[in-house]
Design a protein. Structure first.
Length: 212
């Protein structure tokens, strides 16, 4: 078994960007429940229809649905040599469900970014409507404005990246997800990494933490 990682951090802390970078460096897949759910919404599946209104309002899919999706994904062959979880667990209940299911991890990385910096980041974030790739108008712009480098899809400001929704999502993060730091800290798995640097420097700091 290779490295099994959880990336924690507030919405917009850079989890998706770092997950993609770490995936390349470590040669293991990123498992993003957010991307899985957005694809389901795009495809109009039963799951997609169930969670669309929740995501649009900045809320989260129910735990039992997340655990079902996650278990199915981790059972696939490409995850047998390790994986990076991005966006799950979000709550203590989810973390405990993972433990009870026998899903274990080698490291839990928490990306630390101040709320005011998060809000500025999210306002400039753009997401591809086709493949889900993310960009930023300042720090990670596409080669052609409004067009995804990977697939040519249109880049948009997602509803859940709108300022009022971001503020609500940060409140939810501090109330529901931040306690996971203590949960995994007690197990000796937590590593805190400053998330304000450029992509390469933050990725290097995560790699150093993983190799400790």
């Amino acid at each position: 078994m290779g490295v099994r990682l959880i990336l924690l951090g507030a919405p917009g802390a850079g989890k998706g960007t770092q997950a993609a970078e770490l995936s390349k460096r470590l040669g293991i897949p990123t498992v993003s429940t957010g991307n899985i759910l957005r694809q389901a919404i795009k495809d109009g599946t039963d799951v997609g229809l169930q969670v669309k209104s929740l995501l649009d309002a900045g809320k989260f899919a129910p735990d039992d649905l997340i655990m079902q999706i996650l278990s199915e994904r981790l059972a696939q062959s490409d995850c047998q040599q390790g994986y990076i979880l991005d966006g799950v667990p979000r709550t203590l209940a989810q973390a405990e469900a993972l433990t009870q299911a026998g899903i274990e991890f080698d490291h839990v990385i928490s990306l630390e970014v101040a709320d005011k910096d998060i809000e500025e980041r999210m306002a400039g974030r753009r997401t591809c409507t086709e493949c889900g790739a993310t960009y930023h108008v300042k720090s990670l712009p596409p080669k052609q404005e409004g067009i995804c480098d990977s697939c040519g899809g249109a880049l948009i400001l997602r509803t859940d990246d709108a300022p009022e929704t971001v503020h609500h999502r940060l409140e939810v993060y501090h109330a529901q997800t931040e306690p996971l730091k203590a949960y995994y800290g007690k197990r000796g798995l937590l590593r805190e990494v400053a998330g304000n640097g450029n992509i390469d420097s933050v990725a290097a700091a995560i790699m150093e933490a993983v190799e400790q």
